[in-house]
Design a protein around this ligand. Structure first.
Ligand code: UD1
Length: 426
C-alpha cells in the first residue's frame, strides 16, 4: 500500500511527453502469445497493470526481456494454458488472455478477472463471443474453462464492449475461416491492436468502425511495434493545467483521440492549442462550469476522463451535470472530493456539481485508478496538503505520476506504507 502527500496551491506549467498507452499495451501483450516468434514492443508503459500482465505471460512459459519502455516477449517457450489465480485477480485485462490462450493451445483455464471497482463488470459478452467461435465453455468453482478448435463466425455484440471486441479479435486471428464482429467498439486502442496484429501478418480490417473482419491464418510472425500514446494519461495532465490555472503542453500524443475533452476544456474557458502531435492547455481566471456532459463509448466523451473532469467542475463557476453511462458506479471520487469541500450530489448515474471557489486539503482514498488521478488533480489545486490513501491504485495506469507532476512544478511525496520511508519529488 502506498499513500501520497500532495502539496496544494500548485500551478502546473511546462511540457511533458505522453506515456505509452495502458489500454493499447495490455491487449497487444496478450496478442504476443499468438505469435510463436519473439515480438519487440516499444513505448510500453512501466505501470502495475503491464507488469502484472508480463508476470502472467511468464507464468504461462513466455520469456520476457525488458529494458525501460522496450521489451521482448518470446512466446515460443509458452507451454501452459492455466492462468494464475492471484495475478489474474489483480488485472481485469487478464480476460484478454482467454482468447489468445484458447487460440494457441485449444484450451484455456482462467479465474474471473479483477481490476478497478467501478461497478459490476460482467464478462458475458466475452464468453458469448468465444462461444460464437465454437468454443465450449464451462463456468465452475470461480473458474472459466474453454476448449475447442475455433472457427470463424459472425459475432453480434449487444454492446460495443472494448474488451470483448479485443478478445474476439485475438481469438479469431488463428481460427479457421472468417470472423466478423458487428457493433464492435471503435476506440483508438482497438485500431492499435489491429495495427499490431497486421504487423505480425494476421489479416484484420475494419478497426475504428463498428464492423471488424478477421480472416484466420495458421500463424503470425515476429515484429517490432511501437505502442500508441496514452490519451487518458495525456488528458489527465491537460486537465491538470485547467484545474490549477496553469500552462501545460503534452507532446507525442494524438490530439484527435481526446477531441471531446479538448472541446470541454475550451468550453470551461481554457485556451487550447494543438499541433499534429501535441496539445497546449492554458487557463487564466476561474474556469466555467459546463451544463451537461455524458460519457459514451468512443467517439463519445470517455468514461476514463470523467473523474478528472469531475474534479475540474468542482472548482468551476456555476452548476454542472455529469452523466456516467458506461459504468454504473463510477462516482466514488465524489464522496472523497466532498471531504475536500466540494459540493456534489449523486442521483443514480447523474452527478450534479456546484463549483466552489477553492477546495481544501484532507485525507482521501483512491478507490480506483482514474478516480485516484482525479483526487491528485483536486489536491494540487486545493489550499493545503492532501493525503491520498491507496495511491498504488493510481500506479496501475500512470507511469511515475509523481515525477511528471514534479516536472510540471507540483509536488507529491510518496510514503510506501504507514511506517515506510518518505520519498519526495519536486
Ligand atoms: C476498457 C478499458 C477501460 C475503459 C472501458 C470503457 C482496457 C484495458 N480498459 O475496459 O479503461 O474504462 O474500456 O471505455 O482497455 N460489459 C458487459 N459485459 C461484458 C463486457 C462489458 O456488460 O462482457 C459492460 C461493462 O460492465 C461496462 C460496459 O460494458 O458497463 C463497458 O465495458 P467495456 O467496454 O468492456 O470495458 P473494458 O473492456 O472492461
Amino acid at each position: 500500500m502506498s499513500n501520497w502527500l500532495v502539496h496544494g496551491n500548485a500551478v502546473l506549467s511546462g511540457t511533458v511527453s505522453a506515456q505509452g498507452s495502458k489500454n493499447a499495451a495490455l491487449p497487444v501483450l496478450a496478442a504476443a502469445l499468438l505469435v510463436e516468434e519473439p515480438v519487440t514492443l516499444l513505448n510500453c508503459p512501466v505501470i502495475r497493470d503491464t507488469e502484472n500482465m508480463l508476470r502472467i505471460l511468464e507464468s504461462l512459459g513466455c520469456t520476457v526481456t525488458r529494458e525501460g519502455n522496450a521489451l521482448i516477449v518470446d512466446s515460443r517457450t509458452a507451454d501452459r494454458f492455466v492462468l494464475p489465480t492471484v495475478l489474474s485477480g489483480e488485472l481485469r485485462s487478464s480476460i484478454f488472455l482467454l482468447g489468445s490462450v484458447l487460440s494457441r493451445f485449444g484450451e484455456a483455464d482462467a479465474p474471473y478477472p479483477g481490476g478497478c471497482e467501478i461497478g459490476n463488470r460482467p464478462i458475458d459478452l466475452h464468453l458469448e463471443g468465444l462461444r460464437c467461435l465454437h468454443a465450449e465453455i464451462e463456468e465452475h468453482g470461480g473458474r472459466i474453462r474453454c476448449k475447442g478448435a475455433l472457427s470463424g463466425a459472425v459475432v453480434d455484440l449487444d454492446y460495443p464492449s472494448v474488451g470483448a471486441t479485443e478478445n474476439i479479435m485475438l481469438a479469431a486471428c488463428r481460427a479457421k475461416g472468417q470472423t466478423t464482429i458487428r457493433n464492435a467498439a471503435c476506440e483508438p486502442e482497438i485500431v492499435d491492436l489491429q495495427n499490431f496484429l497486421c504487423a505480425c501478418g494476421f489479416r484484420v480490417r475494419g478497426a475504428g468502425t463498428p464492423s471488424i473482419t478477421v480472416d484466420g491464418i495458421s500463424h503470425g510472425h515476429g515484429t517490432t511495434y511501437r505502442i500508441m500514446p496514452d490519451r487518458i494519461a495525456a488528458g489527465t495532465y491537460l486537465v491538470g493545467a485547467a484545474i490549477t490555472g496553469g500552462d501545460v503542453t503534452v507532446t507525442g500524443m494524438q490530439p484527435g483521440a481526446v477531441d471531446t475533452l479538448l472541446y470541454k476544456l475550451a468550453a470551461c474557458g481554457c485556451d487550447v492549442a494543438q499541433t499534429a502531435d501535441s496539445v497546449r492547455v492554458r487557463r487564466t481566471g476561474r474556469a466555467r462550469g459546463i451544463a451537461f456532459t455524458e460519457t459514451r463509448p468512443y467517439p463519445g466523451f470517455p468514461t476514463d476522463l470523467q473523474p478528472q473532469l469531475f474534479s475540474l467542475l468542482s472548482v468551476s463557476d456555476g452548476t454542472s451535470a455529469l452523466i456516467e453511462n458506461v459504468f454504473e458506479s463510477r462516482f466514488r471520487h465524489a464522496q472523497e472530493l466532498r471531504r475536500m469541500g466540494a459540493k456534489n450530489r449523486i442521483l443514480d448515474r447523474t452527478a450534479i456539481i456546484t463549483g466552489v471557489e477553492r477546495l481544501h486539503g484532507a485525507q482521501v482514498t483512491a478507490h480506483d485508478l482514474r478516480g485516484g488521478a482525479a483526487l491528485v488533480l483536486a489536491a494540487l489545486a486545493a489550499e493545503g496538503d492532501t493525503e491520498i490513501l491507496r495511491a498504488e491504485r493510481i500506479e496501475r495506469g500512470y507511469e511515475r505520476m509523481d515525477s511528471v507532476i514534479g516536472r510540471l512544478g507540483g509536488s507529491i511525496a510518496r510514503k510506501e506504507n504507514s511506517i515506510g520511508k518518505e520519498e519526495k519529488t519536486r
